[in-house]
Write a protein that binds this ligand. Structure first.
Ligand code: KG4
Ligand code: ZN
Length: 470
């Protein structure tokens, strides 16, 4: 029994192993306020672990009460202060956010030089880079917020999806802080955070809403029905759009230090978007899934056919060669985004059939910081009488604010774990979820091609929520 207990006790999603929460005074004060307002019949002192909180029979009604009336709910002004930590890929980020929506600090240390050197993310190097800066990044976030750990109500940290070596660095840091300062800890889904940060920016954004989440590793169209409840209308059957941008930038010899996507966006502005005839992916598939692998191949062939040597940096290329590269970048961007537009048009129709009350399309994730993407999607929502919600670019690319905010939203619902033990048991296995779907697949959106390729390592966030509610 003892070894089992010690293994379980050091995962983030623990079972109800703790007889009592020991919390700092500040947190206890907040819990009291929350528990009296949120759950008149149920005290939060009953260890509401991430997992066990989903099983609460009161959870459902509490969720809809809180989230559906967020704009006018007095609890929106409750006085929580949460530290968010993000290390799922190549950015080490931390931020402190107050539950009234005030961003007290935001710090991001990017691995741009490593990216430029290796042309992509190398997990082992990324892990080392995170380890080198994590303490400083978190300290800077606290200093900029003019706070210390004892002022915090909770620590939120990304537990997936992402590179497990990288996730581990953030989770270990979060657990250390939570253990020393006896703070509750919230395990956050990275893609849920990309979606929910829009609710921090747009206070009127209520569930349900449609979200297009576009990053380096994901291309998702989800119907966000409620906190922790997402219906996946479409996803990529191969690469995400951000990956296609990054490869294009590499093959066109661009400076990758700011990000491949940003470099292509800039160059595309100088080219003719109609000059190279790329075909739009998946035209024959009348669903909401995406594919960017074929467009990458078309792009590579176009580069070869124009005798462009991507090994020669853009800045050293001749004026004529630079012009050709700009034309390719502009043509690539037009078609890559056209693919998004077509899928969003269909997803809006599907979403309105399922939830006629939706009013917003949220577009978030690193690629959503692209102005051309925003402008084109603005046209799509305009044609469908919806409103576009795009967080500012600094909140679209990976950041700690979105993690802290998602931590706040989940914390309010009682979805958190008690502080970890100060000394983690030996052989402790952290609950990291490198492959963690956000929602269940919508029947019409299922892609046979993708299902055969996708091995699910972890049940989706939504299935956990639903399972535990029953
Ligand atoms: O969300 P994010 O910061 O990290 C992941 O979760 O992957 O997204 C990173 C992706 C990269 O592929 C990057 O090239 C892309 O977002 N990106 C952009 C722009 N800025 C970042 N893509 C297109 N245009 C941009 N301006
Ligand atoms: Zn991301």
């Amino acid at each position: 029994m003892a070894p089992l207990a010690s293994t379980l006790s050091c995962t983030i999603s623990r079972l109800n192993l703790f007889a009592e929460l020991s919390l700092n005074r500040h947190s206890i004060r907040i819990y009291r306020t929350l528990s009296s307002k949120l759950r008149p019949n149920k005290s939060l002192y009953h260890h509401r672990s991430f997992k066990s909180s989903f099983s609460s029979s009161t959870c459902k009604s509490t969720t809809s009460n809180c989230s559906k009336t967020l704009g006018s709910n007095p609890l929106f002004n409750d006085n929580l202060v949460v530290l968010g930590i993000e290390t799922s890929c190549d950015d080490t980020a931390a931020a402190v956010v107050r539950s009234n929506g005030e961003i007290l600090s935001q710090v991001v240390s990017s691995q741009a030089d490593l990216l430029a050197k290796y042309g992509g993310v190398a997990p082992k190097m990324a892990e080392e880079a995170h380890s080198q800066v994590i303490d400083q990044v978190v300290q800077d976030a606290l200093d900029k917020a003019n706070l210390t750990e004892t002022d915090l109500s909770a620590v939120a940290v990304t537990i997936g999806p992402g590179l497990s070596l990288c996730l581990r660095v953030g989770v270990q840091k979060a657990r250390k802080i939570a253990a020393i300062h006896q703070l509750p800890i919230v395990g956050v889904h990275h893609m849920e955070a990309h979606a929910l940060v829009a609710r921090l920016c747009e206070k009127d954004l209520q569930f349900p809403f449609l979200a297009l989440l576009i990053s380096g590793g994901h291309n998702l169209l989800v119907l966000a029905r409620d906190l922790g409840d997402y219906l996946q209308l479409g996803t990529t059957i191969d690469d995400a759009i951000g990956e296609a941008y990054d490869k294009s930038a590499k093959w066109l010899g661009l400076d990758l230090r700011k990000s491949g996507g940003a470099a292509i966006e800039e160059l595309a502005g100088r080219g003719d978007p109609q000059s190279v005839k790329f075909s739009v992916p998946m035209k024959q598939h009348k669903d909401c899934n995406f594919s960017y692998a074929g467009l990458k191949t078309q792009l590579r062939l176009a580069i070869e056919s124009k005798n462009i040597d991507g090994g020669i940096p853009f800045s050293s290329a001749s004026t004529e060669d630079q012009g050709l590269r700009a034309d390719i970048a502009a043509s690539f961007q037009r078609v890559a985004v056209l693919h998004l537009e077509e899928r969003c048009e269909r997803a809006i129709q599907w979403a309105l059939e399922i939830e006629p009350s939706i009013k917003h399309l949220v577009v978030s994730g690193g690629v959503a910081s692209n102005q051309y993407v925003r402008a084109q999607l603005q046209e799509v929502v305009g044609r469908n009488s919806l409103q576009l919600v795009c967080p500012p670019p600094t909140l679209c690319t990976d950041n700690g604010v979105m993690i802290a905010w998602t931590g706040i939203e989940n914390f309010r619902m009682g979805r958190f774990d008690p502080p970890p033990p100060v000394i983690e048991p030996e052989g402790c296995q952290l609950d990291l979820r490198p492959r963690w779907p956000l929602g269940e697949e919508y029947g019409r959106g299922r892609s046979v091609a993708r299902s055969m390729r996708t091995a699910r390592i972890h049940p989706s966030l939504t299935s956990l929520t639903q399972h535990q509610r029953q």
